[in-house]
Design a protein around this ligand. Structure first.
Ligand code: SF4
Length: 309
């Protein structure tokens, strides 16, 4: 069962670690030649994560951070065994890195993300089985990031037979039908599938090794910093509707409130806006306003603030 991946973001994940004095791992130079897909970055504090970016999605979010990955990077095809080999190889490289150990960092998370892992679910399940059997990897938490839509019509079982701890983060594109339709650029009915996908996963896995969490897939960013020519610019970034109004992410639809929030609290802190290099700048501008020194600028990105150019 072949999975399709991208390694477009491979070296960028290590950049924050270089800033923390961890050097530039040689994997960041060799990954293209080796076709490696196991990138490594910072999860939190001193915990590192191995990250797999799966290609392909069923939504078209205007602000999508991995738009470039989907449309401007080559497909890298891997069997589950190839994926395991990449993960274990990267794990070995990180473990023997003297900067990593000297600074007290260690790997604690494997993140399966990118575009939409549920679209290659049979492959992902095989990868999870291999991680579960890997002496080197099975102690790590696995986080799967999904929009949940496809799960509404899929069999979700199978992960509770494993021993690894898994978080499935269902990333909601807004909290009601209008927000969803605007942000995701697909039919509003799909918001119902997000809800149904979440409910199905949550109810099936409640009380098992799999924790299913609702998270907000995009949020406003207060005190967003841009550095230019050694100067720091601090601004607020708002996520806006088609009329330019700031979206209210507490304006829940009835079914979202009754079926999602009744089960688990929504995590708001997962995805504040970031001007990632992988976005489509044109569509992202449509959902962004920047507030700087008391003035509000519609449809510009933080780096495009007049003071910065
Ligand atoms: S943000 Fe996620 S769900 Fe939306 S288009 Fe991008 S990959 Fe798909």
């Amino acid at each position: 069962m072949i999975g399709v991946y991208s390694n477009l973001y491979y070296p960028t994940r290590w950049v924050p670690l270089r800033r923390r004095g961890l050097g530039w791992q040689r994997c960041n130079e060799m990954y293209e030649e080796h076709g490696c897909i196991a990138s490594c970055g910072l999860a939190y504090d001193k915990i590192l994560e191995l990250v797999l970016d799966i290609k392909g999605c069923n939504l078209h979010c205007k602000y999508c951070w991995c738009w470039k990955m989907r449309y401007h990077s080559e497909d890298i095809k891997k069997s589950p065994k190839d994926v395991l080999r990449d993960l274990e190889c990267r794990f070995d490289e990180v473990v023997k890195d003297k900067f990593v150990s000297k600074k007290g960092y260690r790997i604690g998370v494997i993140r399966i993300t990118g575009n939409e892992p549920s679209l290659q679910w049979d492959h992902v399940k095989e990868v999870l089985k291999l991680i579960d059997r890997s002496e080197r990897l099975r102690s790590f938490k696995v986080i799967i990031e999904t929009n949940g839509v496809a799960f509404a019509k899929m069999d979700v079982n199978g992960l509770d037979n494993l021993e690894i701890n898994i978080d499935i983060d269902v990333s909601f594109k807004g909290v009601n039908y209008d927000q969803f339709e605007w942000l995701s650029s697909v039919k509003r009915e799909y918001f119902r599938y997000q809800i149904e996908g979440f409910v199905k996963l949550f109810d099936y896995y409640e009380g098992t090794n799999v924790s299913v969490n609702p998270v907000l897939g995009i949020n406003h960013a207060e005190n967003y910093c841009v550095w230019k020519r050694g100067k720091k610019y601090v601004m607020d970034v708002e996520i806006i509707d088609k009329y330019g109004n700031k979206l209210n992410f507490y304006d829940y639809s009835k079914d979202f409130e009754e079926e999602v929030l009744s089960r688990k609290e929504l995590r708001y802190d997962e995805a504040p806006f970031r001007e990632y290099f992988g976005i489509n700048r044109e569509t992202t501008r449509l959902v962004v306003a920047v507030v700087y020194k008391g003035r509000r600028y519609l449809h510009i990105l933080p780096s495009e603030l007049p003071d910065l150019i």
